[in-house]
Design a protein around this ligand. Structure first.
Ligand code: C2O
Ligand code: CU
Length: 483
C-alpha cells in the first residue's frame, strides 16, 4: 500500500489542500466536557529581558549571529494555569523600541502591546509591566508589534501555555515551535524585507527549524497518548500539517478546544497553532510530523516510541474541556465586509526615493514600524507608511458586546492569514476550504475566497491584519474601535 506521504506528495500542495479537513465534520464545542471551576489562582511574576544574544543557537548560525531573544532563550516559554495571573516586566535592552503583544489572549485592551494604539513604545533601556489573567486555556505566543518582521525574524518571540484543559493528563507532551531563519553564509542576517517578497507571498527563511533545531527528534512513550502543541511563529511560511506513522486528532485550534477530528492535513498560516492528540506507536516505532504544503513533504519532527510500560489500549480521541468564548447571536449579528486586496501603492517619504533594496533604505525601514510601500490594502485603506503615530481612521466602529459576522474577502492571488486582536472568533464558513466550525484568532483566507467569522466584540482599539509580516507592514493592517 502506498504511504500517505507518497499519495500526498504525488498530489502536491493542491491535492493536499483538497484533503484538508476531509472527514472532519466536526461539530463545534458544545459536545466537550465542562471544566470544574477554577480555584486558587497564582501570581507569576517574571522578567522578560529583550536583548541581543550572540551565538550559535542554530547549528547553522555563527558564534557572532546577533539573535534578539527574551531572556537569552529562543522561544522563552511561560506555563501557567487558567485562573493564574501573569505580571511580566518587559525590559527593553535592544537598540530600538519594542512592546509585547500577547497573541490570541483575550487581554484587557491596554495590555495588548501595540505601540501608539494601546501603549507608548518601550524605548531602549525602558521597562513596561503587563499584568492580566488569561481567561482561556491553550497554546499561545507573544511577540513585538513594531518592526515585527525584523524583531521576530531575529528570534524575538515567546510561548505562553495556559494549562487546565485536560480532563486526564496526557502521557507526554511536546511543544513544537516552527520558525525559519534568514541566515547568510557568514551567520549574519539577510534582509527581513524584500520588495519581491513583500509584494508576493513574503520573504522566506532558508534554514527551517523546529525548536531552533534543523532536524528535531525526541522520544515519546510507546502506546502513549501524546499531546503535541504545534506553533507556526514564522513571519511568512504557511504549512499543511500532517502526521505519518501514527493516529492523530486535532483537539484545539489556536489554543481553543474543538471536538476532536482526525488529522489529515491542517493548514496553518503564520501565527496559527494546533494541538494534536497522537497515539504513539509500539516500542521502536516512530512517527513524523510533516509539512505537506510544498510538493515534497518536509519532515518537521521525528518522534520515536520508547518502552515505558504503557499497555496497548484501544485508541480513542481525548477531548479537552470546552472553552467559554462568547458565541454570537446569529439573528442579531451585524455583517461587515472586509476586502483584502493589492493596492496601487503610495510610496511614503521615509526612504526619500531610495530604491527599496538600497542598504540605507533597508536600514531605515528596519528601524521603523512599517515598510515604505503599500502593496496591500484592507477595504482600499492602507496602513500609512511611516510611523504608528500617524494612525489612519479605524476600519470600523463596533459596539461593545454586540455580535458581528465579518465577511473576509480575498481579492488577491495569495493566501492571507488574517488575525484579529483581543477577540477569539468562530470560523463560520469558507467558500474554498472544507473546514469544520472552530474557534481561532487567525484564519487563512485562500485566494479569491470568502471566509465568515463571528465574534462578540470586546471594548477597545484592536489591530486587524494579515499575519504575513511583510504584508502587515506594507499596508494590509488596520484597526477597529469597539465602544
Ligand atoms: Cu500576532 Cu498583530 O499579531
Ligand atoms: Cu497577507
Amino acid at each position: 500500500m502506498p504511504t500517505r506521504r507518497a499519495i500526498l506528495g504525488g498530489l502536491g500542495a493542491a491535492g493536499a489542500l483538497a484533503l484538508a479537513g476531509a472527514g472532519s465534520r466536526a461539530r463545534a464545542v458544545p459536545g466537550l466536557p465542562e471544566a470544574p471551576p477554577v480555584t486558587g489562582g497564582v501570581l507569576h511574576e517574571i522578567d522578560l529581558v529583550a536583548a541581543e544574544t550572540r551565538g550559535g543557537i542554530l547549528s547553522r548560525a555563527a558564534p557572532s549571529t546577533p539573535f534578539w531573544l527574551y531572556n537569552g532563550t529562543p522561544f522563552e516559554t511561560i506555563r501557567i494555569r487558567r485562573g493564574d495571573t501573569i505580571r511580566a516586566h518587559l525590559k527593553n535592552r535592544l537598540s530600538e523600541h519594542t512592546a509585547i503583544h500577547w497573541h490570541g489572549i483575550r487581554v484587557p485592551n491596554r495590555m495588548d502591546g501595540v505601540q501608539y494604539i494601546t501603549q507608548p513604545p518601550v524605548e531602549p533601556g525602558e521597562d513596561f509591566t503587563y499584568e492580566f489573567a488569561p481567561p482561556d486555556t491553550g497554546t499561545f505566543f507573544f511577540h513585538s508589534h513594531c518592526n515585527t518582521a525584523g524583531q521576530i525574524g531575529r528570534g524575538l518571540a515567546g510561548i505562553l501555555i495556559v494549562e487546565g484543559d485536560e480532563p486526564e493528563p496526557f502521557d507526554a507532551e511536546h511543544v513544537l515551535v516552527m520558525k525559519d531563519w534568514r541566515l547568510d553564509e557568514e551567520g549574519g542576517w539577510q534582509p527581513f524585507y524584500t520588495a519581491e517578497g513583500a509584494s508576493r507571498a513574503g520573504t522566506f527563511g532558508q534554514t527551517r527549524t523546529v525548536n531552533g533545531v534543523e532536524a528535531f527528534a525526541a522520544s515519546v512513550p510507546a502506546n502513549g497518548d501524546v499531546r503535541l502543541r504545534i506553533l507556526n511563529v514564522d513571519p511568512t511560511r504557511m504549512i499543511d500539517l500532517g502526521i505519518e506513522g501514527a493516529e492523530a486528532w486535532v483537539i484545539a485550534t489556536d489554543g481553543n478546544p474543538v471536538e476532536p477530528f482526525p488529522l489529515h492535513t491542517w493548514r496553518m498560516g503564520t501565527a496559527m497553532r494546533a494541538d494534536l492528540h497522537v497515539r504513539a506507536p509500539a516500542a521502536g516505532g516512530r512517527f513524523t510530523v510533516l509539512d505537506y504544503f510544498s510538493a515534497t513533504p518536509w519532515p518537521l519532527a521525528v518522534l520515536t516510541a520508547e518502552e515505558k510500560g504503557i499497555p496497548l489500549r484501544p485508541s480513542a480521541p481525548r477531548p479537552l474541556y470546552r472553552s467559554h468564548i462568547p458565541r454570537i447571536d446569529p439573528a442579531a449579528a451585524k455583517r461587515v465586509t472586509f476586502k483584502f486586496s493589492a493596492s496601487a501603492g503610495e510610496t511614503a517619504a521615509i526612504t526619500q526615493g531610495l530604491p527599496a533594496d538600497d542598504p540605507l533604505a533597508m536600514a531605515l525601514l528596519d528601524s521603523l514600524c512599517v515598510g515604505e510601500r503599500g502593496f496591500w490594502a484592507i477595504n482600499k485603506q492602507q496602513w500609512p507608511s511611516g510611523d504608528h503615530r500617524n494612525l489612519p481612521p479605524p476600519l470600523a466602529l463596533l459596539d461593545d458586546k454586540a455580535s458581528y459576522v465579518f465577511d473576509l474577502q480575498n481579492d488577491t492571488p495569495h493566501p492571507h492569514p488574517v488575525h484579529l486582536h483581543g477577540q477569539t472568533f468562530e470560523v463560520l464558513s469558507a467558500s474554498r476550504q472544507d473546514l469544520p466550525r472552530f474557534f481561532a484568532d487567525t484564519v487563512v483566507v485562500q485566494p479569491k475566497e470568502r471566509v465568515e467569522i463571528g465574534f462578540v466584540a470586546a471594548k477597545g482599539d484592536w489591530m486587524f491584519h494579515c499575519h504575513i509580516l511583510e504584508h502587515q507592514e506594507n499596508g494590509m493592517m488596520g484597526w477597529l474601535r469597539v465602544v
